[in-house]
Ligand binder design. Structure first.
Ligand code: ATP
Length: 293
């Protein structure tokens, strides 16, 4: 539904996007993650036809986005710094776009309701807060009910209620077969919203895969009635006990290995589970970025 290969952009002799490729399927939310300046927005702009790639190509529903007779019916796009007329109301802004795209007027009220902006529909955009502008941008992207959404930091500036409603909206949208590609720095939110993660650093894709797979740690967490005895048995079996979450011992072994060892040694196990990396741990591991997401 949304694919790219070899996408490359050079600014001032530097490859800011370097051979980026992926293929996204309907019914999924994919998060595009990376530190500041990693190349996320440039990639999204190339897919949306706003920046011309120096190499590579991308297809939205099988064609380059700008080659669709009416691209807005194929993908809803929300990019940072979109130009909107500050003197117009949110409703007028949407109605103008709706008219140009042949969308019925009532859809404008619908999308404003969906993003929680119905009460501010008639206020001037110039008086909107950052979060309200984001909501309006999202409403605009949803106007034609397109099969694909391309969203650059859609929850930037949203309050907790706004973040939660966008999460629900995007999950529902994907459940109905939509394809979502969004960039974000809010890893805790991505953790709850995305099925798949694309991590980019220095313009290159560093990781690509289902969230659950990327965060697998190959470690087991175990808690026993006698923790000292457990640690001793692990060491006797050349397994290094490490401090795990919630009072568990973490160990580089499978669930089965640990449970067999405990049983053989007569240790009463109170808790046994697979350890999972947090998305934040994964992010820092992959990007080597010590500070910012
Ligand atoms: N029009 C431009 N001219 C020159 N350099 C640019 C231009 N647009 C982006 N860049 C540079 O390309 C690199 C990637 O920028 P981009 O905006 O794609 O990163 P990003 O991952 O979206 O970052 P952020 O998380 O801060 O939004 C940066 O070094 C940026 O300065």
């Amino acid at each position: 539904m949304l694919s790219a290969w070899g996408l490359t952009k050079v600014y001032d002799g530097r490859k800011v996007v370097d051979q980026v490729g992926f293929e996204l399927q309907p019914g999924t939310v994919t998060a595009f993650l990376g530190p500041n300046g990693a190349g996320k927005s440039t990639t999204l702009r190339m897919i949306s036809g706003l920046t011309v790639p120096d190499a590579g190509q991308s297809l939205v529903a099988g064609r380059p986005f700008t080659q669709w007779p009416n691209p807005s019916y194929v993908a809803g796009v929300l990019l940072d710094g979109q130009a909107v007329h500050p003197g117009r109301s949110g409703l007028t802004h949407l109605r103008t776009s709706a008219m140009l795209s042949g969308v019925p007027k009532r859809r404008c009220d619908e999308v404003l309701q969906m993003v929680g902006l119905a009460d501010a529909a008639k206020r001037k955009i110039g008086k909107y807060s950052l979060g309200m502008r984001q909501r309006l941008g999202l409403a605009h992207a949803l106007l034609t009910n397109p099969p694909v959404l391309i969203l650059d930091e859609p929850i930037n500036g949203l309050d907790p209620e706004g973040i939660r409603s966008v999460r629900t909206l995007l999950r529902d949208y994907a459940a109905r077969g939509g394809t979502v590609l969004l960039s974000s720095h809010v890893l805790s939110e991505v953790d709850q919203t995305a099925d798949r993660v694309l991590m980019i650093g220095g313009g290159r894709i560093l990781r690509d895969g289902p969230l659950a797979e990327l965060t697998k740690s190959n470690r087991t967490l175990v808690k026993a009635a006698d923790m000292n005895r457990l640690a001793q048995v692990l060491m006797e079996n050349q397994l290094q006990p490490m401090q795990g979450a919630d009072g568990h011992i973490a160990v580089n072994a499978t669930l089965q290995q640990v449970s067999e060892l405990a049983m053989k040694s007569g240790i009463a196990v109170l808790s046994l589970k697979e350890d999972q990396l947090s998305l934040e741990d994964l992010f820092f591991q992959v990007t080597g970025n010590g500070g910012q997401a």
